[in-house]
Write a protein that binds this ligand. Structure first.
Ligand code: SF4
Length: 239
């Protein structure tokens, strides 16, 4: 033991310097991903790789330990399996598909145009249609479908742009191969228009009010977020 960094197994160190130039460089290399810290001193440290020590980069070490997470064959196999299940279900009762990946430009109040693309429009009968949005990941609930602004805007686009009657609005989850459907009445469509107009006003005035909720638990900005500020009373010390 020489009481040097190189005493640690799995750590390699290289160094070079130029006394005349008053500069140098040291490289510390770990044979395997490791948790490390760094103390940067001096007026002009030219460190570049210090950012590698950021905690988020521990993800890299996790990927190193679990290479199957990046295995494209695994995802391809899952995708094929889901596609097979979808094909089986779909073939049993095929839809009367009118449009797929249908782009729209929906004029709204306050000189706003909403641009979008509907995954699929199926004919039910006459001009009555089902608007379908395909999803992956967490399955949508009935409440999600009933309150979705996305589906409301699709309903408006189907009615006002495509001149169809959106009788059914569906989230189809490809992961579970399940559909959840909803409808919109005139009141719900007016509400969607109101939300878009209000949002446009806020954007134009540069206001982006925080909307605390479930997602706050996962938000990296909670410590800075005004919605989570707390008043703290500081009492003067009594002597
Ligand atoms: S903590 Fe603030 S910024 Fe983050 S999700 Fe919640 S309200 Fe939005």
């Amino acid at each position: 033991m020489n009481n040097l960094l190189t005493d640690i197994a799995g750590v390699r160190v290289g160094h070079a310097d130029d006394a005349e130039l008053a500069s140098g460089v040291t490289a510390v290399i770990f044979d395997r991903p490791a948790v490390a810290a760094m103390d940067v001193r001096g007026g002009g440290p030219g460190t570049r790789e210090g950012a590698l020590l950021d905690l988020v980069n521990t993800v890299e070490s996790q990927l190193y330990e679990n290479p199957e997470w990046l295995d494209p064959h695994r995802y391809a196999a899952q995708g094929l399996e889901k596609l097979g299940e979808f094909h089986k279900t779909y073939s049993a009762a095929p839809a009367d598909v009118m449009m797929q990946e249908k782009r729209f430009e929906l004029p709204m109040e306050k000189d706003v145009t909403v641009l979008g693309r509907i995954d699929q429009v199926n004919r039910i009968s006459g001009d009555e249609v089902e608007v379908v949005d395909y999803k992956t990941g967490r399955p949508k609930s009935q409440k999600d479908a009933d309150t979705s602004l996305q589906l409301s805007l699709y309903a408006l686009a189907a009615r006002d742009v495509l001149e169809l009657t959106p009788a059914r609005l569906t989230f189809y989850n490809l992961t579970t191969n399940e559909a959840v459907s909803s409808q919109r009445d005139e009141k719900a469509l007016s509400k969607a228009r109101e939300i878009v107009a209000t949002t446009a006003d806020l954007i134009r005035t540069g206001e982006y009010p925080a909307k605390p909720g479930f997602v706050c638990g996962f938000c990296d900005f909670q410590a800075l977020c005004p919605a989570h500020e707390q008043f703290v009373t500081i009492r003067p010390t009594i002597k």
